[in-house]
Design a protein around this ligand. Structure first.
Ligand code: ADP
Length: 510
């Protein structure tokens, strides 16, 4: 009965659809980026305008009044500082002119020492002096003496002037005498200035809002349009087009994002290609021996069953193919175990020279029978700390590959180079070599050189297993190769820390 793939596909995609539908629902509740940019910008402009209005329109009269008071006090105090100088009168004239002030300095007995009036008939103090015998002035002096303050300031409305005035009175000593200073100055109204500013502020507000609108539209377009482009590309990518190119220009962050996305796309593409290749390779690798097993089993049943010689030969082929099958399945299992991290290393300290010699013993028959020249160039014996079995597997794999891919001269050399804290092992062959652009891929799963015949050699998993083993040990490893000249596969095992003899061979789990 034929099984349909459809229900499985549906079952797989259902949760995905559910998640994306949920994501889309969430997405709908959010506003697009340009709206946020626009909103934040407008809020900022609004804040700026509120501040401008507050400071330029509402607070300005108060600021002005406070500043004017400070100025009058400072001007009056500067006269006190100049009191003993010869040019006091000239200086006083200048100050009162600049500040539009009236200034009177009297001694302790009430005699005038200095009078400067730049306010003319409008001066309250002057009027008081002329027509009221200085009654108000005297009241100021009394209040100052009673309160024991160093000065008094008063703001009062002048009906003549129709504006506020500031009155300032302070006492000071100079030489042996005590003196009193009275100052008066009008606070000019700034209503017309405020009105001009208000008019200008209305224009500024309108212009700013319009400008802000245009600028936000431009900024948000500049920010969001590359993101929208990337989203479009990502959608295509999500639909399975792995050849799309994430391209975005405009500003640094988006360019970086597009580079990262492009890298991720490359990785996903690689993994998907690998997955496809893996399925193709595994099914191909499994199918070939299975076809052979089936074919030879049928041959025994139909033809060679009665012929012991042929039967034995065919049975041997079936056994070899079954071995190949189980070897392949074991490799796949081992790699997945190593990659998932479920396989533990059993580390011991042991002699690397001994191990290499042990491994080479297994090749004696091959050396004699097939004329291979496998030599070992040892350095001083060193102990390494590693999982002996797994490092043995790496050595076998490197040597088997060297044998499989070596040239007609059949020279293979294993070289040991002792380094501080590590032992470098190199497996060198003088075979076909590996093209430069493929060097970075040889350790990838199912990578196989183009010229290799699948049926004859390897599974394409050997070097990936080596890579996982060496990575797990934390050993450096790699390959150097020159096309037509040969390859050198190497790893650097960490030297075992020197321990007392008795403790050697103690196993440590990692
Ligand atoms: P295989 O089982 O195919 O040998 P490996 O993972 O051990 O799988 O090797 C992967 C590929 O790397 C091989 O198919 C071959 O193309 C290349 N390779 C490995 N070792 C060598 C070598 N010594 N010389 C040239 N090519 C090699």
């Amino acid at each position: 009965m034929k099984r349909s793939l459809k229900p499985t596909e549906g079952a797989e995609s259902a949760p995905e659809n559910g998640t994306s539908a949920k994501n889309r629902k969430k997405q709908k509740q959010k506003q697009p980026l340009k709206h946020y940019v626009w909103l934040y910008f407008m809020v900022m402009i609004l804040c700026i305008l509120v501040l401008l209005w507050l400071f330029q329109y509402f607070f300005l009269p108060r600021y002005y009044r406070a500043a004017k008071i400070r100025e009058v006090i400072a001007a009056a105090d500067s006269l006190i500082n100049k009191f003993t100088s010869d040019d006091l009168h000239e200086y006083a004239r200048q100050v009162t002119f600049n500040q539009n002030m009236y200034v009177l300095i009297t001694d302790n007995d009430g005699h005038d020492v200095l009078i400067e009036n730049n306010m003319g008939d409008y001066s309250f103090f002057s009027e008081d002096k002329n027509s009221n015998f200085g009654k108000t002035i005297y009241q100021f002096r009394q209040q100052l003496d009673e309160e024991e303050n160093s000065y008094i300031t008063k703001i009062a409305r002048s009906d003549d002037f129709d504006r506020d005035e500031i009155f300032y009175c302070t006492a000071f000593t100079s030489g042996d005498g005590k003196y009193y200073l009275y100052a008066e100055a009008p606070i000019e109204p700034i209503d017309s200035t405020v009105n001009i500013i208000r008019e200008q502020l209305i224009y500024i507000s309108v212009i700013l809002f319009e400008l802000a609108f245009i600028v936000t539209v431009l900024i948000s377009r500049r920010i969001s349009s590359p993101i929208e482009d990337l989203t479009e590309t990502a959608k295509e990518f999500g639909e399975g087009d792995y050849d799309v190119e994430f391209k975005a220009e405009g500003y640094k962050e988006i360019e970086e994002l597009s580079i990262v996305l492009d890298d991720a796309r490359n990785e996903v593409k690689k993994v998907t290609d690998l997955k496809k290749e893996l399925i193709a390779n595994v099914s191909h690798d499994l199918r070939t021996p299975l076809t052979m097993v089936k074919a030879y089993a049928e041959m025994i049943r139909d033809l060679s069953g009665d012929n012991p010689e042929k039967r034995e030969k065919h049975c041997q082929i079936i056994i070899d193919e079954a071995d190949r099958l189980s070897g392949l399945v074991n490799s796949i299992l081992e790699l997945s175990k190593l990659e998932s991290g479920s396989q533990q290393l059993t580390k011991t300290s042991y002699s690397i020279n001994e191990q290499i010699e042990d491994v080479l013993k297994r090749y004696t028959l091959m050396i004699e029978k097939d004329g291979y020249d496998i030599s070992y160039d040892p350095d001083d014996d060193r102990s390494i700390c590693a999982d002996r079995e797994k490092i043995g597997q790496v050595l076998y794999n490197f040597i088997n590959n060297a044998i499989n891919y070596t040239g007609d001269e059949k020279h293979i050399k294993i070289r040991q180079i002792n380094k501080p804290g590590a032992v470098r092992i190199e497996v060198i062959d003088n075979g076909q070599g590996i093209p430069k652009d493929k060097l970075s891929e040889v350790f990838d799963r199912y990578y196989r050189g183009g010229k290799v015949k699948r049926e004859t050699v390897g599974t394409g998993l050997g070097l990936s297993i080596c890579q996982e083993i060496l990575k797990k040990h934390g050993f450096a490893f790699g390959v150097q190769s020159e096309e037509g000249k040969g390859s050198t596969f190497w790893f650097e095992a960490k030297e075992a820390p020197s321990q007392p003899e008795a403790k050697k061979n103690t196993q440590t789990k990692q």
